[in-house]
Structure formats: C-alpha cells, structure tokens
Design a protein around this ligand. Structure first.
Ligand code: DON
Length: 579
C-alpha cells in the first residue's frame, strides 16, 4: 500500500519540480523579465551617443562630439541638420523644448522655445460667425502659425552651455541644404503623402517637388538653396539673423500676403526662456521632465506617483492587469490636463498639487483594480484622435556626463504647409494647440479650457515631454517622443519599462505600447499586445482598439560601462550612433 502510494506521488512531485523550474513560482514577488533584454540590443559605445530620427543628422551630431564638442554643441548641430533633412518635423519655423543636464554643475536646465501667439491674436480668432471652431483656419492657414522659437532656443543653448562657435555647429546643416543630400525612404514617402497639401503653396511646391510637380524618388538629391542662405544668415549674425533683418522682413511679408498675423515686432520680441524642470521619484530613480507650457512632465510624474503604489513587476509587463492600471492612471492625468494646464506666464498651473504624492494616493484609492471606470464618470465628452509623424525627438550624451533631450515640432507634418517666400522654410501650425473654444477638441482630440485659451504673447499648451531619469544623482536614461497627445504616455512607458520592468533601453523603446487619453474612452493598443490580453481588457470594461505606432522614443541610456543608444524601430531611417 505504502509502496503504491509513493509510486503515484513521485511522478507528480517530479512533474511539479519541472514545472516550477520551467515557469517559476506563479506569484513570485520579483518575477524576472525573461526575453525582452535578450531580443533587443542597444547600440553600445564608450564616449558618447546620438540618437535621432534621421541617420544623416545623427552622424552630424557624432562628428561634433568626435571633434571635441559637448552634448549641447552636438544637439544644436543635430537640431539645425534635421531642419534640412527631415523637413516635416525638423525645423527653424517651429518650436520645442530642450532639457540639458550639466554634469559639472549637477544641474538640469529646461529651455522653453515654444512658439508664442502674435500680438494681434485673440481668444476667439478661430471661431466662425456662428461661434463654431473653424479647424481649417487654426491648422491650414497663415493664422495657424505662432512666432517661431527654434532658432532662439537652439542658439540660447549653444551660447550658454555649448563650447563651439555658431559657424562650426551650423556648417553641416548649411552644407546639406546648399549641396543637397540623398532623399531617404522616410522623406520620399512622407512627401508623397503630403503632395496635395504642399503643392497648394507655390514656394513649397518649388522646393519639395520636381519642376514638373512630380515626386522625388528615393536616392535622388534634395537641394534647398533659400534655406541654406537663411541658415547662413543665422550662422553669421546669430538670433538677429532670423528675428530681424532680411529673414524677419520675409516672414512678415509672407504673413501679410497670406493673411497671417506675425509682424517684425512679434519676431523681435520673441524670447526663449529657462524654466524649472518638474521632478518626481519612482522606486529609487529620479525623473526630471519638462514643465508647463508642456503638460508632459507634470502628467508623467502624476502617473508615476499613481503607479508606484502597485506591484507592476509582479503583475507583469503588458499583462491585462498592468495595462488596466496604466489606462486608469492615464484617464485621470489627461482629464486634469484639459482643466489645469496652460502657459504658466498667463495662468497659475497647480504643478505642486498635480505632482503631489497624496493627490496620487487619492486617485489610486478611486481606481478599481478589476474594472475600468467609464471616462464619462470622470468627465463628459466625445472626441476624435489624430496622430502622424510630424514632431521629432533626439537624445544625446557626451563623455563629460552631459545629456540633452530635445523635442521640437511644426505641429502637423510640414506644419501649415506654407513656406516663407525666399527664406525656404516651412511655418508651423502650432496655434491649433491652443483651446480655440472650451470643450472643443484640437486636432489631437485633446480638450482644453481657459488655462489654454488664446492670448497675445501666450505659448500654446504642448504634450512634448523631453525627460531625463537619474539614479544616484547620475543620468541613466535620456528619452522623449513625437506623437501629439500620445507623447506623454509613450514616454511614461519607456520610463516604466526601465524603472519597473528592468528592461535595457532597446527593449524599453521597442516593446508594444498603449494609450488612453480619457476622452474618447478608447484604449489604443499597438499590434504586439496579444488578442487574448485585449479580450481580458474588454471583459474589465475597457474599449480597446488596435492602433498604428504610439510614439517614436529615440533614447540613450548610460551606466558605468558606457552608453547605450536605441533608435525606435517604429521609425525607418532613425539611427543610434556612438563612438
Ligand atoms: O506640442 C504638441 O504637443 C504638439 N504640437 C506635438 C505634435 C506632434 O507631436 C505631432 N506628432 N507626431
């Protein structure tokens, strides 16, 4: 009897042991992340790293680092090079944000070079006679442009924190514009898609298409002579070479001819400003991100604060449970965004409150771990979502320990579609990022209120989220993303993948992402989230829908052994390169 019993138990014990070794304890506290780190490899280098959306621009940055420049010199060179090689998003006619970590001073600087509304702008400028928002005017006309900030921002960074001359860092961009460069797949494809819109403007048509109006092919050369001349004026004269003199006169003339508002006085008054970055912590890491007029940093911290209270690692990366908790945190953050965020020079944004741990704890207490809360229970509304690849982010680190995280944009792909006659660059349509009317969404389906109403000299609210992550006082991750309203969530997930799921930077950037922006009540998931996970999310009350790619998070990581670059695989042509 005894013998027969043990004969039955023994195989069962062996099987249990095999299963345990194969799959591990079911609810282990520290479930290892198996697989991701093994299948995604970052580019590794000892002295410095540049990651941008374009191979030519990344190489420009690398050459500056190799020539002895620091991360700021290289970032400024990349910023101007992208204005030539990625005209849909790289720009001198738009604006953005740059975070700079200065290793020597152990200090992070946040440079705000967001566009500003011209003096003649007004709260109701995009309303028609019936009081309805006219989206065409706020997106596809000369009225759509804010006063460009990119030149002021890049030169501010170079003057204060760079080591090289303007001419040195701008030389590659000028050469690329004057002599031309081989059109890559991404540019050829995006010009094809934008052909109709860009062909409406004679100056845009003349630059981006062949003399007969036809498309340039992959591998053909794009020369931009007017742009080369405009860049040369900036290299020679500094900011006054853009905000004054010939270029300013050309911008004002373009505005006058096209019914826009920007004057030479608006241009002369433009200033890039430094702001205090927002800060938070997560399981021993410090997260430093862009403050208002970006909404990104505030909401990244708010969501991290909420999510730190859960055992995410134990729940598993991209498990239905984890996605559910992220989505609930996202709904609250985006609802807050619509109410409280705007230009801090015009509206008191409750940054401290929104990033406070006790505030996050209140939100967490209201989250049901099993059930999705309908967005309409958080606030009413039904909106649409729009995204296309028109903003661009780049990340750099140098051998001195400095780091730069920069996101800049024209807003839409190729901005408003209008080129400044004679100056060869596209104008932004950033005015659409203002709230044209409370309760009416912008092109990204994002709602706003009086905090983000239009006013002269005001900067429209942004989602761009350049971000740095520190461990023991040293920068370990540099990241950010394009993607309109999806930017904040894309960056959040890269941060969580590193801080909660221990992924290497290439895995953190590559693995599938999700997005919820409160309204509409849709949980967007990238292909790669499994259908059975999607079904579980549905059973919890979510409304999942597969989506195109969510963000493109070109990132750098650093540890004692060196630098790790990860160009987002969602972006053809992007390149991580180090030395
Ligand atoms: O500042 C913002 O939030 C938007 N203008 C960014 C637009 C954008 O990222 C479009 N890109 N993919």
């Amino acid at each position: 009897m005894r013998w027969r019993l043990s004969a039955g138990i023994l195989p069962a014990l062996v099987l249990a042991l095999v299963l345990l070794l194969r799959f591990g304890p079911v609810a282990a506290q520290e479930t290892p992340i198996i697989g991701y780190n093994a299948i995604h490899h970052p580019v590794v280098a000892r002295h410095g790293m540049v990651v941008s959306a374009d191979g030519i621009a990344s190489r420009v940055g690398l050459e500056i680092l190799r020539a002895g420049g620091n991360a700021v010199d290289a970032a400024v060179a990349v910023g101007f090079a992208l204005a030539v090689t990625v005209p849909r998003a790289g720009n001198i006619g738009g604006g953005g944000f740059m975070l700079v970590y200065l290793a020597k001073e152990k200090r992070t600087v946040a440079i705000d070079y967001r566009e500003m509304a011209p003096a003649a702008a007004g709260r109701d400028m995009f309303l028609d006679a019936a009081g309805n928002v006219d989206g065409r005017r706020s997106r596809f006309t000369h009225l759509a442009s804010g006063v460009p900030g990119t030149v002021a921002g890049l030169l501010h960074a170079l003057d204060r924190y760079g080591t090289m001359s303007r001419r040195q860092v701008m030389a590659p961009a000028i050469r690329l514009a004057r002599e031309g460069f081989a059109i890559g797949f991404g540019l050829a494809d995006s010009l094809k898609r934008a052909q109709q819109r860009l062909s409406r403007d004679a100056d845009a048509r003349a630059i981006f298409f062949k003399p007969d109006g036809g498309l340039y092919d992959y591998g053909e050369t794009l020369v931009q002579r007017d742009l080369a001349a405009t860049l040369s004026r900036i290299a020679d004269q500094g900011a006054p070479g853009f905000y004054g003199g010939e270029t300013a006169r050309m911008i004002a003339a373009e505005m006058k001819a096209g019914g826009g508002l920007i004057t030479t006085a608006d241009l002369a008054a433009y200033r890039a400003v430094e702001r205090q970055p927002v800060r938070g912590t997560f399981h021993g890491y410090e997260v430093v991100a862009m403050p208002p007029p970006s909404s990104g940093g505030v909401h990244i911290i708010e969501m991290l604060n909420i999510l730190e209270g859960y055992r995410l690692r134990e729940l598993g990366h991209n498990s239905a449970r984890t996605i559910h908790l992220m989505a609930e945190a996202m709904k609250h953050a985006y609802a807050d965004r619509s109410e409280y965020l705007g230009d801090p020079d015009f509206y008191t944004v409750p940054v401290a409150r929104l990033t406070a741990r006790d505030y996050a704890a209140t939100i967490r207490a209201s989250i049901d771990p099993e059930r999705a809360r309908p967005s309409t229970d958080i606030a009413p509304g039904r909106l649409a979502v729009y995204e296309s690849p028109q903003t661009t982010h780049f990340s750099l680190m140098d051998r001195f320990g400095n780091a730069v995280s920069n996101t800049y944009t024209l807003n839409f792909s190729y901005g408003s579609g209008y080129v400044v006659k004679g100056a060869g660059f596209l104008l932004n349509n950033e005015m659409d990022d203002f709230s044209a009317k409370p309760g009416v969404p912008n092109a990204f389906g994002l709602l706003g209120n009086k905090a983000n109403a239009i006013a002269p000299g005001k900067r429209p609210l942004s989602s761009m989220t350049p971000t740095l992550i520190f461990r023991d006082g040293k920068p370990v991750v540099v990241t950010g993303s394009p993607g309109g309203g999806r930017i904040i969530n894309a960056v959040l997930q890269v941060a969580l993948n590193v801080m909660a799921f221990d992924m290497n930077i290439a895995a953190a950037v590559a693995v599938p992402r999700i997005h919820h922006q409160w309204l509409p009540d849709v949980l967007w998931v990238e292909p790669g989230i499994s259908p059975d996970t999607v079904r579980l999310l549905q059973s919890m009350g979510h409304h999942p829908r597969y989506s195109r790619s969510i963000g493109r998070t070109h990132s750098v990581a650093h540890d004692k052994n060196g630098f790790y670059g990860a160009a987002d695989p969602r972006m053809p042509g992007a390149l991580a390169i180090g030395y």
